[in-house]
Unconditional design. Structure first.
Length: 333
C-alpha cells in the first residue's frame, strides 16, 4: 500500500455501479454497499482495511455499514473507520453515507444492550467519537427489544434526528408487527424511517415470507439486505468440504451443523446454474438479490480487495430468465 495521500478515482461515479432510491426519499444508495461486521477490527491489518475501503469508494461504493459492536473486538471496526475517516476520507465526507447501529450487547451491565433511551443515546455518542464524525447518515435500532416500551426506543430515534446526530433512522430485524408500529410512530413524528435492514439470501427468504419487503415499500422505506451469501455458504468455499480457515472451522456464528448433506447438494446445484450463467455462485447469489425490485442495496463483507472486486462483478448480470428463476425455486424446495 502506498503511503501517498489518498485521492479518490475520478471515474468513481461513471463505473458500473448502480444507484437506487431508498424508498420515498431523496437518498440514492449504491446497489452494493460495504459492511464492516468482520475483517475491519483491531485483530485485522489497518493497511488492508484501508486498501479495501479505498477500493470500495473508488468503485462507486458510497455506503459503509457499521454497528457499535462490529470488530472484533467490539467497537474496533468503528475505530478503524474513524482512523481512515480522519485521513483518507475527510475530504469526501459529504459523498459518503455512513450508518451505525445499537441494540446488541456492547458493554457490561443493564445499560449496555437492548433499546432503552440510555443505551441508544450513549452508544451513538461513543460511535461518533470512535468514527471521528459529527453525525451519521443513518442510525438503526439494531433489533427489536421485547421488554423496553417500543415508544421509548422510537422516541429516542426521533430525538437523535432532532439533535442532528443522525440525518435518518432505520430499523433492523424487527418482526412485522413491531415494524408496523415503528413506521407509524416515526411518520406521526415527522421522521423518515429510511431503511429496513434484514437478513435475506437464497437460503433465507423470511423477508418475502413474512411480508417484510412489501411492508417496507408500502411505508416508503427502502430495504437493505445483509448476509447475502449466508456467511459464505453461497460461495464455492464449501463445495469440497470445510476448509481449515473457514468460518465453520473457526466455530463462529456459522456452525458445522448448518452444512447438512441436503443443503450441500442444493448449493452444488446452484453452483452449476451459476456456471451456466457465466458467474460464480457468489456472483449469482448477489445478482439474484439485486434483481429484486424492492431491494435497495446489498451489504457485502470483504476479507480482501480481490474478494470485493469479485463481488462487484455481480453487477454485470442481474437478469434472470423465467426458466432460471424456476430452476432456483426447484433447487431450494
Amino acid at each position: 500500500m502506498s503511503d501517498s495521500v489518498y485521492q479518490a478515482a475520478n471515474n468513481r461515479y461513471t463505473c458500473r455501479m448502480d444507484y437506487r432510491r431508498a424508498g420515498k426519499s431523496g437518498i440514492l444508495l449504491p446497489a452494493i454497499s460495504l459492511g464492516l461486521w468482520h475483517n475491519f477490527g483491531d485483530v485485522d491489518s489497518l493497511a488492508r482495511s484501508k486498501d479495501k475501503l479505498h477500493y470500495a469508494f473508488d468503485h462507486g461504493i458510497t455506503h459503509f455499514d457499521l454497528a457499535n459492536n462490529y470488530g472484533p473486538s467490539a467497537g474496533s471496526a468503528e475505530e478503524t473507520f474513524g482512523k481512515i475517516m480522519k485521513t483518507s476520507f475527510a475530504p469526501y465526507r459529504d459523498e459518503l453515507f455512513v450508518s451505525t447501529k445499537a441494540g446488541h450487547d456492547m458493554w457490561p451491565g443493564p445499560y449496555g444492550t437492548w433499546g432503552s433511551r440510555k443505551h441508544l443515546t450513549a452508544s451513538l455518542n461513543q460511535s461518533l467519537k470512535r468514527m471521528n464524525l459529527d453525525y451519521v447518515d443513518i442510525f438503526y435500532s439494531h433489533r427489536y427489544d421485547p421488554e423496553t416500551p417500543l415508544e421509548e426506543t422510537l422516541q429516542t430515534l426521533v430525538d437523535i434526528v432532532r439533535q442532528g446526530k443522525a440525518l435518518y433512522v432505520g430499523i433492523s430485524k424487527y418482526p412485522p408487527e413491531a415494524a408496523r408500529k415503528a413506521y407509524a410512530y416515526l411518520k406521526d413524528h415527522d421522521v423518515i424511517c429510511l431503511l429496513y435492514q434484514g437478513r435475506y439470501n437464497l437460503l433465507n427468504r423470511e423477508p418475502e415470507e413474512q411480508g417484510i419487503l412489501q411492508q417496507a415499500a408500502e411505508n416508503g422505506s427502502g430495504f437493505v439486505a445483509f448476509s447475502p451469501l449466508a456467511q459464505g455458504l453461497l460461495t464455492n468455499r464449501y463445495l469440497k468440504g470445510i476448509p481449515e480457515d473457514s468460518r465453520i472451522a473457526r466455530g463462529g456464528f456459522l456452525k458445522k451443523e448448518a452444512l447438512t448433506e441436503d443443503l450441500l447438494q442444493k448449493i452444488i446445484r446452484l453452483d452449476r446454474l451459476a456456471c451456466e450463467r457465466g458467474q460464480s455462485l457468489a456472483e449469482m447469489s448477489l445478482a439474484w438479490l439485486l434483481a429484486h425490485p424492492l431491494v435497495t442495496s446489498v451489504i457485502v463483507g470483504a476479507s480482501s480487495v480481490e474478494q470485493l472486486a469479485d463481488n462487484l462483478k455481480a453487477l454485470e448480470n442481474i437478469s434472470f430468465s423465467q426458466e432460471e428463476q424456476q430452476t432456483i425455486q426447484a433447487i431450494l424446495q
